[in-house]
Design a protein around this ligand. Structure first.
Ligand code: FDA
Length: 542
């Protein structure tokens, strides 16, 4: 990524002029003071005024709503930011960090806005949203198989721009094109290619981040600890990532996709049961995931697959490994890799690929999600207990997604990046419940349904800790205190997402943001001063 010499010097200039003060609690005048601060401390006050939106601005609501994916956090009673900043330059983010810190205002950073709990645009404390929608340039170097992507881009935009340059390169990330690369890559990011190449975060080779001191750092400047932490540990605990450098991966020019639907009457239970021992052990160029949904008066399991290769190679492979599925050639479609990106996102076959550039979500509804990791096959009786819950009224449009692990995921060590769910995992489950009725009563009913299902699953899934995937954020598993949160308290949710890597994340946080400026309900806390003292005492005794 090229940066002009002036823009490289700007941050240093700002910091020399305005060293950081100690954070304060927001004052009643924080809003006005913050705006004044921004215009004073931005290198070009005219340009910053063009990227600031206050509630008095007629575009405020449309800008805020545009990237809200979950309607649970779009109601009039949802806390709104004091200001939205949509930077076009890193120096504007530096000024925002400086002014938020000066005036005791929290900062929330939003890329694609898909956070399941709305943490990128909602806070109980006075806050400013940095919405990265204008920072989304993508530079592909097909020859060296690398790319720089700014964090306001979506994965759909990234896939599209790579395909423009090469039909046999892509990047291993998620299925839904409107997901933002800011949150998605910093929380892990898996999709069609993860059994072959691992997660998005496994394939990041450099990054630019603005830290709590307002410095812009690349990999070399931030050091390997912070670079490790932001690849799977959630970027928002450590700073504002403005760009990623990616290793692009090879894909075949022809891929084959299929969807085979089986209802309970068509032996879905037996098939899902068998798949549990097969899906993770398939060759790494074949992914067969399962979507479970209600279908009229029954439950349907859809086996959705993408194979990096041609149909004539796929059919004998599935016949050998998973004959019970009864896959036929006519179930399969060959297409280019980029067309398959649309297929896995459930666009109809033949849809023009430029829909990948459309940032408007396909659907916007109320939803709640949870996740689990499965290490031992669930018995048929156990599966039947899940299906029973689909006959309850709240499950009409609910879905479960079973994604097999194995392949490359087995080869990467648990501590390579903060995402720890590797060898030994058969598959992960995502539980999703959607609804369209407004109001707290409706929310409570649907959320209660998914919580009851989650509770039913307890004996069948990972234990000690019961693991969860950060990108399927779930505040039910634990949150921080409003004030300081001890290591022990945060471990309740932290070890579920990160297992043994949680401690290293806390160490990195303590090193780079000891004042806990970048914080949220589920941000990595720094060690408290008491914990730091007792640690150093222990060290000196040893
Ligand atoms: P958003 O902007 O809400 O950010 C999410 C979190 O990251 C917030 O805490 C935010 O503050 C922080 N953040 C964002 N940008 C940042 C930056 N530049 N610097 C620091 N912190 C930043 N996952 C998956 O692995 N595979 C999949 O296929 C899918 N599919 C999918 C479909 C749909 C419809 C949804 C709603 C979600 C998914 N996900 C997914 C989950 C997705 O990976 C997860 O919600 C990501 O965090 C979303 O990233 P966004 O940038 O869109 O969200």
């Amino acid at each position: 990524m090229k940066t002009s010499p002036i823009s490289l010097l700007l941050p240093i200039f700002i910091l020399l002029l305005f060293p950081f003060p100690i954070p304060l609690e927001a004052s009643p005048h924080a809003h006005g003071d913050f705006l004044q601060c921004l215009s004073l401390h931005s290198p070009n006050s005219t340009s910053i005024s063009q990227v600031i939106y206050t509630p008095n601005n007629s575009s405020f609501s449309s800008i805020l709503d545009f990237s809200i994916r979950n309607l649970r956090f779009a109601s009039p009673s949802t806390p709104k930011p004091l200001v939205i900043v949509t930077p076009v330059h890193e120096s504007q983010i530096q000024a925002t960090v400086y002014c938020c810190k000066t005036h005791g205002i929290q900062i929330r950073v939003r890329s694609g806005g898909h956070d399941y709990e709305g943490l990128s645009y909602v806070s109980e404390s006075p806050f400013v949203v940095v919405d990265l929608i204008n920072l989304r340039s993508i530079t592909i170097d097909a020859e060296n198989k690398t790319a720089w992507v700014q964090t306001g881009a979506t994965i759909g935009e990234l896939y599209y721009r790579i395909a423009e340059k090469s039909k046999t390169l892509s990047f291993p990330a998620g299925a839904c094109p409107t997901v933002g690369v800011g949150g998605h890559f910093s929380g892990g990011g898996f999709g069609a290619l993860f059994r072959k190449y691992g997660l998005a975060a496994d394939n990041i080779i450099d990054a630019r981040i603005i830290n709590a001191d307002g410095d812009v750092l690349d990999r070399e400047c931030m050091g390997e600890d912070l670079f490790w932490a932001i690849r799977g540990g959630g970027g928002a605990s450590f700073g504002i990532i403005t760009a990623w450098k990616l290793n692009l991966v090879d894909v075949t020019s022809t891929v084959t996709v299929f969807t085979v639907d089986r209802t309970l009457e068509q032996n879905a239970t037996m098939l899902v049961h068998q798949w549990q021992s097969i899906g993770h052990a398939l060759p790494e160029n074949l992914l067969i995931a399962i979507f479970v949904r209600k279908a009229n008066s029954t439950v349907r399991a859809s086996f959705i697959s993408i194979f990096l290769g041609e149909v004539d190679e796929l059919i004998p492979l599935v016949e050998e490994r998973f004959p019970q599925l009864g896959l036929r050639k006519e179930d399969c479609t060959e297409m280019s890799y980029i067309e398959s990106a649309l297929y896995v996102a459930e666009f109809p076959i033949g849809e023009p690929i430029d829909v990948l550039l459309d940032r408007t979500p396909l659907t916007r509804n109320y939803f709640k999600a949870k996740s689990d990791f499965v290490n031992e096959p669930i018995s048929e009786t156990g599966l039947e207990g899940i299906w029973e819950r689909f006959y309850e009224g709240e499950a009409e449009t609910a879905e479960l997604i079973f994604s097999p692990d194995g392949g490359k995921m087995e080869e990467i060590s648990e501590s390579a990046i903060p995402y720890p769910h590797r060898a030994g995992t058969l598959y992960k489950i995502q539980y999703l419940v959607y609804w369209e009725e407004e109001g707290i009563k409706a929310s409570e009913r649907y959320i209660d349904w998914i919580r009851r299902l989650y509770s039913y699953m307890t004996p069948y899934v990972s234990k000690s800790p019961r693991a969860a995937y950060l990108n399927y954020r779930d505040l039910d598993i634990g949150v921080n205190n409003k004030g300081n949160t001890s290591y022990e308290q945060a471990s309740v949710w932290g070890t579920k997402y990160f297992k043994g890597n949680f401690q290293r994340l806390v160490q990195v946080k303590t090193m780079v943001d000891p004042g806990n400026f970048f914080r949220s309900e589920q941000s990595i806390p720094p060690f408290t001063s008491k914990e730091r003292k007792s640690k150093s005492k222990r060290k000196s005794i040893l």
